[in-house]
Write a protein that binds this ligand. Structure first.
Ligand code: LLP
Length: 384
């Protein structure tokens, strides 16, 4: 056993695969529940981050709800045991089939992103003689100062309804026969570690609520989305996200109305640290300028470095030798199939086992079959 990894067990398993440390996940969930224990706080896990069955089950056992963005995610959440009354459903392109599935399950709330979508939900709810509970997703125009691919709360993004159009949309919702408007939904982006972005969101929501109060409108539910980031640099020193600081911002800065319920949709901060992509070194290739460690995992297994230039710490679990400088690369026919460049790591040889850390969120779930590769397998610390 090296670090928290059962290396001996890994040797007999076909690589690459995702490994989830369930003890860390349970500790994370316990800390999350401690920090969000206010009776009006409700956390919905963002299933898009990781829908691994064992992980979802564990999250369900901790009592969280689910934030879904497709019919498939709603089905996965229900299958894991998450009650429909704790499911929220967002997404700019909900299909009729998905809306009907959500209506049939009688989920807690649709987060509606446009007027045409609201009209379709109203029609389908009428067809099934139901009333759909909805929250309007508001684009608050708050900069999350994160990677531009994962910034969602700016006017230039496709998500939500602009502040200027909001009064008209609220009016439409209030007059729709088969819709019950119950809340407002926000989400500004992902991997946010500077709490001022969340403070700015609170200020914007306060202003908006004051504005709505003048018009006599008060809604029971406010959903502030997700976005809390983790420390990718130091997974061993900072294995649990700063839930304390995060929830404190909302407790202090957000002026909720009497009886108002506050909803959160955290994904990455819950599951990223507990997952690692485990792979094996195929070859160490000495180029004229660089040494390449070629592993059997690639961008098809973990796309974040190629897509967002994201950093995942790489640990050689098999070697304690002196450090050397490497580029760690995958086998895919793309120049962007690189995990880290000019990276210091113990001297590495064919057959060594490496762990790419903090890969529990947006790792396994974003894997593809490009190059007709097999999807990575998965194991948990409970199962091996
Ligand atoms: N709620 C909504 C409406 C979202 O769009 C997202 C993430 C979340 C909640 C969860 O955010 P989290 O707490 O995980 O930051 N693939 C990218 C991240 C995309 C995030 C998309 N939306 C990555 O690998 O960094």
């Amino acid at each position: 056993m090296k670090g928290q990894f059962p290396l001996e067990r890994f040797r007999n398993l076909p690589t690459p695969f995702y490994f989830y440390d369930m003890n860390l996940l349970r500790e994370t969930l316990a800390e999350l529940n401690t920090q969000s224990s206010d009776s009006n706080f409700h956390v919905h896990y963002a299933v898009k981050a990781c829908a691994n069955e064992a992980v979802l089950k564990c999250i369900c056992e901790a009592g969280l709800g689910a934030d879904c963005v497709s019919g498939g995610e709603i089905e996965a959440a229900l299958k894991a045991g998450i009650p429909a009354q704790k499911i929220v459903y967002a997404g700019v392109g909900k299909t009729n089939r998905e809306i009907e599935l959500a209506l049939k399950a009688d989920i807690f709330c649709f987060n509606v992103e446009s007027v045409p979508e609201m009209e379709v939900i109203n029609e389908l709810a009428a067809l099934h003689q139901q009333k759909a509970r909805i929250a309007i997703r508001v684009n608050p125009n708050v900069d999350a100062h994160t990677h531009h691919y994962i910034t969602t709360g700016l006017n230039e993004n496709k998500f939500g309804i602009n502040l200027a159009q909001l009064p008209e949309v609220i009016d439409k919702a209030l007059h729709a026969s088969h819709i019950e408007l119950i809340g407002l939904h926000f989400h500004i982006g992902s991997q946010i570690t500077d709490m001022t972005a969340f403070q700015n969101l609170c200020v914007r929501i306060n202003e908006l609520q004051d504005e709505l109060a003048k018009q006599g409108i008060s809604l029971k539910h406010i959903n502030v989305g997700g976005g809390l980031g983790i420390n990718y640099e130091h997974p061993n020193h900072c294995p649990i996200a700063d839930f304390e600081g995060y929830f404190k911002v909302f407790r202090k800065q957000l002026r909720l109305r009497e009886g108002q319920q506050l909803h959160f949709e955290l994904g990455r901060s819950i599951v990223a640290p507990c997952g690692s992509l485990i792979c094996k070194v195929l070859y160490v290739k000495e180029g004229s300028e660089k040494k390449f460690v070629i592993v059997d995992a690639g961008m098809t297994d973990l796309i974040r470095p190629a897509l967002y230039n994201a950093y995942h710490r790489v640990e050689n679990l098999s070697s304690d030798a002196a450090d050397e400088k490497y580029d760690v690369v995958g086998p895919i026919c793309e120049s962007s199939d690189v995990f880290v460049k000019d990276y210091f790591m113990p001297r590495t040889s064919r057959g060594d086992i490496l762990a790419l850390r903090s890969a529990g969120a947006y790792g396994e779930i974003m894997a593809s079959r490009y190059n007709l590769r097999q999807l990575p397998g998965s194991y948990t610390s409970d199962s091996i």
